[in-house]
Design a protein around this ligand. Structure first.
Ligand code: PLP
Length: 378
């Protein structure tokens, strides 16, 4: 079976599990305890925090470990919005992940915020000009993701964040799909907050972090013992924090990986578009340089995406329709809808996402699987 659903989740790397194991067993201490066992746990947590901070080019005390991307996004958005006295206005886009959109809906419904969603074109692009126009004296936050999990579109985060900075508005980016593929130096990107989820790059599900600049005032989501610099109370998940740090260390060299895996994905995209007249690529074309190197999503005119998925699996290829986070839902993808697709077209979408082990044999196998699956669907 060929697994082409790495944007949904990735396997835990053996080195990551090996590094985490002692903190689930003999080194089981609570980092807040003051005895030797606790101090060793604290030293390991400090190491994990320093390693993650170094990776992002920020200070260790600006990292809070969380239980994944959804929590990181919720803490960043709610924390900044409620902690920032500037006003009750937020700027975002309808192509964001549901963990951002649902959190914004909550801020609107429960805290009286208004959100302006930037217009997107048929590839999902937003523009700096539109962002500039949307910013107001009472804007407390801009949140725009780095790489879209469904279409693979890359937002020019550094450019967009510099516009927000001109107006002194903090910029958060959901960078969940980015580690291993893009440079994630927060000061270079100009972002004041950034979310990561471990299971997208070889750490366990339920591991994550959020970078929150110390220049921000954050209202925490969880109240209690004040762990994680008061940002996230609760005894830390030491093993998963160590796992996340090791997974970041192993995430690979983005430029090399982009070139290598991007070539495989592009060959696959070219093959699909050349062979199947009903296929349309979602998002910009590969030459644009605006794509995630491992994500390729298509619509297949007249074909039910869910049925195609089943036939692909019969042919030995596992991938997903739209976003796995909303799998089981029969609603058309909110991302594709935001791109202007009608609901019938949205339901024909299938996403393939390669891993760092991508090679031309995989691309050829996926293409032949698609040939077989589409032939069966007539
Ligand atoms: N943000 C993006 C872009 C994602 O792709 C996902 C997961 O698919 C999330 C956030 C949520 O992350 P988690 O599954 O760790 O809660």
């Amino acid at each position: 079976m060929l697994y082409l659903d790495h944007a949904a989740t990735t396997p835990v790397k053996p080195e990551v599990l090996k590094a985490a194991w002692p903190y689930l067993t003999e080194e089981f201490g609570n980092p807040s305890s003051v005895h030797e066992t606790g101090l060793r746990a604290k030293a390991a947590l400090d190491w994990a925090r320093e390693t993650c901070a170094k990776f992002l080019g920020v200070y260790p005390h600006e990292i809070a470990f969380t239980a994944g991307g959804t929590e990181s996004n919720n803490l960043a958005l709610t924390g900044i919005a409620l902690g920032n006295p500037r006003g009750r206005h937020i700027v975002s886009a309808r192509t964001e992940h549901s963990s951002v959109l649902a959190c914004l809906d909550y801020l609107v419904a429960s805290h009286g915020f208004t959100v302006d969603y930037l217009p997107v074109d048929s590839c999902g692009r937003v523009t700096s000009e539109a962002l500039r126009l949307a910013l107001r004296p009472d804007t407390t936050l801009v949140t725009l993701m780095l790489a879209n999990n469904e279409t693979g579109l890359i937002h020019p985060v550094a450019e967009l964040a510099s516009v927000a900075a001109e107006f002194d508005v903090p910029f958060h980016t959901d960078a969940v799909q980015a580690p291993g593929w893009f440079d994630l130096n927060a000061p270079a990107l100009g972002v004041k907050a950034l979310s990561l989820s471990g299971h997208k790059f070889g750490a366990p599900k339920g591991s994550g972090l959020v970078y929150l600049s110390s220049a921000l005032t954050i209202e925490p989501l969880l109240h209690g013992g004040g762990q994680e610099q008061g940002l996230r109370s609760g005894t830390q998940n030491l093993a998963w924090s160590v796992a996340l740090a090791v997974a970041l260390q192993l995430a690979g060299e983005p430029e090399t990986e982009r070139a290598r895996v991007g070539a495989v994905t592009t060959a696959f995209i070219d093959g699909v578009l050349a062979e199947f007249r009903q296929a349309r690529l979602t998002g910009p074309n590969p030459e644009s340089g605006e794509r995630h190197p491992a994500i390729a999503s298509f619509t297949f005119e007249g074909i039910n995406g869910e049925t195609l998925l089943l036939e692909l699996e019969n042919a030995g290829v596992q991938c997903s329709s739209g976003s796995a986070c909303s799998a089981g839902s029969t609603e058309p993808s909110h991302v594709l809808t935001a791109l202007g697709m009608d609901s019938d077209t949205c339901r024909t979408a299938v996403r393939f996402s390669f891993g760092h082990d991508a090679n031309s044999d995989q691309a050829a196998f996926a293409l032949s699987g698609l040939r077989q699956a589409l032939a069966r669907l007539g």
